[in-house]
Design a protein around this ligand. Structure first.
Ligand code: ATP
Ligand code: MG
Length: 200
């Protein structure tokens, strides 16, 4: 299972619909400082619902919507909606096809090799809304998370190494570093359960 394409629309610095192809083995994105490389990763975290613990670089969800006056510190104006779609190649069947079908409806059963996960954020005058779609069907975040967990992609996981993470890891105390190893090895989950049990 791998990402084949990312479609950013009005997301952060991408004011126009932008398609970014990803190759199966290795893709490098280069560009000057501030050109939007990290925004692409933010797009993946946003769309896949992984942002909770790994931190998208935005104070609030609506800061992710393209704002032409961003650099000048101006407030937003005009259409307030952004979306990111992640296109996955699931030809290896890593993600359970029946789960996709039950969450997204049966019409997409023939198209199980190509899975799309999309998230949209929409701002109104007094509120904002966030929607997830699986193969075009509106779903809950938990549907997306249950599906991705089969491929080991979880909000708590270390699937994405953010800018500065390597330096952070070097600067950590051995105890903090050990906690990361526990998390990756799956031991942390049992430690948490043990603590809960003792608390009871
Ligand atoms: P570096 O090499 O320094 O890490 P980068 O290529 O990773 O740079 P990003 O952090 O992805 O750069 O992009 C930062 C740019 O995105 C800034 O110029 C900022 O103005 C722009 N930006 C962020 N949010 C928005 C937004 N909501 N609307 C418009 N532009 C935005
Ligand atoms: Mg960057």
């Amino acid at each position: 299972m791998h990402i084949t394409e990312l479609v950013l629309d009005n997301f952060k610095s991408f004011g126009r619909p932008t398609r970014i192809p990803f190759y199966e083995d290795f893709t490098v994105i280069t560009g000057p400082n501030g050109s939007g490389k990290s925004n692409i990763i933010d797009g993946v975290l946003f769309a896949l619902g992984l942002a909770r613990t790994r931190g998208i670089r935005a104070e609030k969800l609506t800061d992710l919507i393209y704002n032409p006056g961003y650099e000048d510190g101006e407030g937003p104006s005009g259409a307030r909606e952004a979306s990111v779609e992640v296109v996955l190649d699931n030809s290896d069947g890593k993600l359970d096809r029946s789960q996709v079908v039950s969450a997204a409806g049966s019409e997409d059963i023939d198209d199980h090799e190509r899975i799309t996960i999309k998230r949209r954020v929409k701002e109104t005058d007094d509120n904002y809304y966030s929607y997830y779609y699986l193969n075009g069907r509106s779903v809950n975040l938990s549907d997306i998370q249950d599906l991705l967990a089969q491929a080991g992609v979880t909000p708590e996981g270390y699937n994405v190494v953010m800018q500065g993470d390597v330096t952070d890891i070097i600067n950590m105390t051995p105890y903090e570093r050990r906690k990361i190893v526990d998390e990756i090895a799956g031991v942390a989950e049992f430690d948490a359960k043990k603590e809960d049990a003792f608390a009871e």
